[in-house]
Design a protein around this ligand. Structure first.
Ligand code: SAM
Ligand code: SF4
Length: 328
């Protein structure tokens, strides 16, 4: 079992996109009320006095869409300045990134993952639920801005959906050839929109890998923050290709992370709610950080058991929450 030292922090459960596979238009999401979001001070208290003392040193900011969280640059600066922070990264849809990338970099963010499911503006807009003026170009500008400013590694996340964007796999993979961009193909999970999942099905990483291999060949590779991805590269490419196979392969045994939701729930597993702790309520009720540290430490001891439980029940199924609510 891996050491658990990586915390994914959701800054907000809302989003400026409505991705078909995550929170499509019409989904009834009970958004967290403003007053129930963990405040910046509460988040910092939890990191400094609870998570870091029990061994967490690597943090990823996510959502919902983290760039719509008011004060996100200040939050980045505060976390980056904690002396124990060894790694700080963010996952974003990049719609607001071109105007914020420099401030985020100056605040101490160095690593970024951007969702980019299509190179075709029309397909892209269909996936993100956009009607009217296309949003693709602005996202592309955000990616370029992050690249030029020097974010590294810069990873592009692609969820491959049959009949929607699977025809673009090779074009997306080719983005890794001339630039140091790391493309990560993520298997579509029945989290969020299980109807779409039932209608379209999903494509396993191996199928995509074979497609790329037949076209260019593939060699094994490494990129910082590999996490659960199997990483390869097209021979001679500057960037890499990662395959995240949470549907076809169970990596519960390798899981090194926990998730903190925007309203302060700590979840040891993406796929079940066993052992979760409501840290925001506890903090507001005046429970001491010493006591919370003990509770998180106890949960860390329980995590292998929770992971095995998930592994033994299989990784497929449908889940009540969307990735935007859990903090994907
Ligand atoms: N809004 C940001 C973004 O899209 O990058 C961050 C949050 S989003 C929930 C984090 C990641 O979860 C994205 O890469 C997204 O593609 C992925 N995701 C959401 N729903 C998914 C699903 N049903 N299956 C696989 N990945 C999913
Ligand atoms: Fe928003 Fe990210 Fe979910 Fe798309 S995947 S709806 S961008 S949270």
């Amino acid at each position: 079992m891996n050491r658990v030292d990586y915390l994914r922090i959701s800054l907000i459960d809302r989003c400026n996109f409505r991705c078909q596979y995550c929170m499509p238009e019409g989904t009834d999401l009970n958004y967290v009320l403003q007053q129930n979001l963990l405040s910046q001070n509460e988040l910092l208290t939890l990191l400094r006095d609870v998570f870091i003392p029990v061994g967490f040193t690597r943090f990823r900011l996510t959502g919902g869409e983290p760039l719509i969280r008011p004060g996100v640059v200040d939050i980045v600066r505060a976390i980056a300045s904690l002396p124990q922070t060894q790694d700080l990264s963010m996952t974003t849809n990049a719609f607001l990134l071109s105007g914020m990338a420099q401030d985020l970099y100056n605040a101490g963010l160095r690593r970024i993952n951007i969702s980019l499911d299509s190179l075709e503006p029309e397909t892209f807009d269909k996936i993100i639920g956009q009607r009217g003026r296309s949003r693709w170009q602005q996202v592309w500008n955000g990616i370029q801005a992050a690249y030029e400013i020097g974010f590294s590694p810069l990873k592009l996340n692609v969820v491959v959906i049959p009949g929607v964007n699977d025809h673009e796999v090779l074009e997306l993979a080719a983005l890794s050839r001339d630039r140091e961009w790391h493309i990560r193909f993520i298997e579509f999970m029945p989290i969020g929109n299980s109807e779409l999942f039932d209608n379209k099905g999903w494509i396993d990483s191996e199928t995509i890998r074979q497609q790329v291999k037949q076209r260019w060949g593939l060699t094994e590779a490494y990129v910082k923050g590999n996490g659960p991805a199997d990483v390869f590269k097209i021979p001679g490419a500057k960037g890499t290709l990662g395959f995240i196979s949470q549907m076809s392969e169970c990596f519960c045994d390798r899981c090194n992370r926990m998730r903190l939701s925007a309203d302060g729930w700590l979840r040891p597993c993406l796929l079940n709610e066993v052992g979760q702790l409501d840290l925001r309520t506890a903090l507001r009720l005046g429970v001491s950080t010493v006591e919370l540290r003990q509770q998180v430490s106890d949960l860390l001891m329980l995590k292998p058991e929770i992971n095995y439980k998930q592994r033994d029940s299989g990784t497929t199924g449908t889940y009540d929450r969307t990735m935007s609510q859990i903090g994907g």
